[in-house]
Every structure is written in C-alpha cells, then in structure tokens.
Design a protein around this ligand. Structure first.
Ligand code: AMP
Ligand code: TRP
Length: 349
C-alpha cells in the first residue's frame, strides 16, 4: 500500500509576482500537469501573516490566479482555488499547532528573516505560518510539492508534522480502519530540482529575487511590459569579464551565474549549453539575447494575464469552482482527522 500521488503547491497573493516565482514554481506547476493530478492554491491566509491592504489583496488574489491560468495551468483538468474559500485548511492547521513543537518552529529561518529585529511585534500567524502550510498540503494528503529552494525547510517541517501525527495517533488511526504502518498522512516530498530553484536579484547576485525588494530593478515582474524587461536586463549588475566557456568558470561570479541560469531556464537548456553558445562573449552581446528571450517567453503570459484581469467575474468563477472541488476532498480528510483525533463529527461532515 502507498499513497496516491498528488501534487499541491501554493503562491502568496502579496503582489509583484516575478521571474523567480515563475521559474522556481509556476513553470514547474505547468509541467507537473502532464504526469500528475495537481491542486494549485492562492494562499491568501498566508498573505495576511503580514499586513495586506484589503483593497489590494482582492486584486492580488485575482492576479496570482490570472498568472496561473496565463502560464498554462488548466483549471478544469486540475484544481485552482484560493485558500480562504476552503475552511478545512485553517481547521487542520489548528490540529497541527497542537502536534508541532515550539522548538521546531523556533528554528524556521524564514520567520527570523521576516520578523527581523522586532520579533515581539511579529504576528502570531507569522510564527505559526509553517503549520498552516503543512495543513494546506496534508488536507489533500498530497505527496509532491513543487517549490523554490527557500521553502525546503518548511517542507521538512510538514514531513515532521505528518510523522508525529502518524506516531501520536497510531492506535486511533488503526482503530479507524487505516493502515497503521503507512500512517494516515503521507510524507510530502519537496520538488526543488527545477532549472532555477533560486533566482537571484538582478542588482545583487548573492540575494534572492524577492517581491519585497524595494528596488524594482532587482526583479522582472510578470506584469512588466517589453520595454521594462529589456531595460531591467540591460541594467542588471555584472562583472567586467566575458562569459566563461565552462560552468566551473561561473564560480565566484554570482551575477554572471544568475543571468546564465535565467537564460538556461527560460530556454529549457542546460547552463553548459548556454555557455557553449555564449562562452567568450561580452555582456554587451549576452544581455540583448537574454532580454529578447525573456520578452519572448514572458510577453504572451503578460498579455494573457492582462486580458484575464479585465474579466474578474471569470476569475472568481474559476476560483469558486476550484474551491468547491478542493473542498470536497478536504472535507473528507478533515472528517477522518476528527475521528482519529477523537472529536465528534459535525452534522455536515
Ligand atoms: P511566494 O511568493 O513566497 O508565495 O513564493 C511562491 C513560490 O515561488 C514558492 O515556491 C517559492 O519557493 C518560489 N520562489 C520565490 N522566490 C523565488 C526565487 N527568487 N527563485 C526561485 N523560486 C522562488
Ligand atoms: N510558503 C510558500 C511561499 O511562501 C507558499 C505556500 C503556502 C505553499 N502553502 C503552501 C507552498 C503549500 C507549497 C505548499 O512560497
């Protein structure tokens, strides 16, 4: 016996969707559809762990949904929805808050980064964020999670939570008719081996490309038009050496490495192939080629996103349909979790 393979992933509607989100996550989401059943979620409850303007939030939820659809996610064959429309995520997260240990959450580097110096003033939600993320995945008993590298630690925590739940409740899991050895929850596997699991800032190749970087020149946004993309690539920081012919020559050259990695990921080639073509070239040659490639990949997505954003009613209907189908799976799992934990089921479950 084993778990049915199922893909789950989420993106926060916190504005400024960028090339890192696309190459590290959304492009992989699209690819996984060919081989797996997939559930893709706009994680609005995660977004409010830091302040979100309510008027902007609605727009950003629709914008991430538009990006999913524009990139090629099929909301009919697969499921696209937003988290807050399926209350079982928050419900299971509470159970997981009681399974996870303070010590585990205290080790989360993303909390430390996001809370900064003033930890006392961070929201409780920001601290508990990874238990909600574990619930997102496990409320579908999903087995595979495509994410960028920055999410690896959160996935390890989700695995620890699944394992502790399976151990703590083993007797009850068996008495409720499930396999005690397998456990009730799978150990979800992070899939981070994409071509660009960590896209770096265009202004500093040692820093991650991020939605919250104050410099807009640090990232290519999915909403940027052709001119903006070309200008940002032109202004990207580089060193003064020509490109090396071998991948080894990119060591200690983070800015060059980043641009080559971005080119390779956009072209679906290896870095070695890109250097085979551009080794020995100056950035004055490489950058225009990269700008052209980025525009050719991103502008159809960008155009489609704009069209979709003009019809919010359609986006809302996609989300409503998705949340209904996601909710049906989540309600069944949550009902079983209630039995296992020792709660009495409500009328509707
Ligand atoms: P977020 O915007 O934090 O919700 O991230 C959505 C997805 O994009 C997650 O799977 C992240 O790991 C991924 N991601 C975010 N930034 C980057 C980056 N700079 N490079 C690669 N993947 C990223
Ligand atoms: N924490 C993820 C991020 O910031 C978003 C996320 C929330 C997620 N729930 C998830 C990703 C479940 C994968 C699976 O990028």
């Amino acid at each position: 016996m084993s778990f049915v393979p199922l893909v789950f992933s989420g993106v926060q509607p916190t504005g400024n969707l960028h090339l890192g989100n696309y190459l590290g996550a959304i492009k992989r989401f699209v690819e996984m559809q060919a081989t797996h059943d997939c559930i893709y979620c706009v994680v609005d409850q995660h977004a409010i762990t830091v302040w979100q303007d309510p008027f902007e939030l609605k727009k950003q939820i629709r914008e991430v949904t538009a990006a999913f659809l524009a990139a090629g996610i099929d909301p009919v064959k697969h499921i696209v929805f937003n988290q807050s429309q399926v209350p079982e995520h928050a419900e299971l997260a509470w159970v997981f808050n009681c399974v996870a240990r303070m010590g585990w959450l205290n080790r989360m580097t993303q909390f430390k980064e996001k809370a900064g110096k003033d930890k006392e003033n961070a929201s409780v939600g920001l601290f508990a964020y990874p238990t909600l993320m574990a619930a997102d995945i496990l409320v579908y008993r999903a087995t595979h999670v495509p994410v960028g590298e920055d999410q690896k630690q959160h996935l390890e925590l989700a695995r620890d939570i699944a394992q502790k739940f399976n151990n703590d409740f083993k007797a009850s899991i068996v008495s409720n008719g499930h396999d005690g050895e397998l456990g009730y929850f799978p150990q979800p596997e992070p899939l981070t081996q994409g071509p660009a699991p960590r896209v770096m800032s265009l202004r500093d190749g040692t820093k991650k490309m991020s939605k919250s970087d104050p410099s807009d020149y640090s990232r290519i946004n999915l909403t940027d038009d052709q001119d903006a993309i070309a200008q940002k690539v032109r202004k990207a920081r580089t060193d003064s050496e020509p490109l090396p012919s071998e991948v080894d020559g990119l060591k200690e050259r983070p800015d060059a490495d980043n641009l080559v990695t971005i080119y390779a990921a956009l072209a679906s080639k290896s870095r070695a192939d890109v250097l085979g073509e551009f080794g020995g070239s100056q950035f004055s040659v490489f950058k225009p080629a990269l700008a052209d490639l980025a525009v050719s990949v991103l502008s159809p997505i960008n155009t489609r996103m704009r069209e979709l954003m003009e019809d919010p009613g359609h986006i809302d209907a996609v989300l409503a349909d998705g949340s209904e189908r996601a909710g049906a799976i989540a309600a069944k799992v949550m009902g079983e979790v209630k039995d296992i934990v020792g709660f009495l089921r409500s009328r509707k479950s």
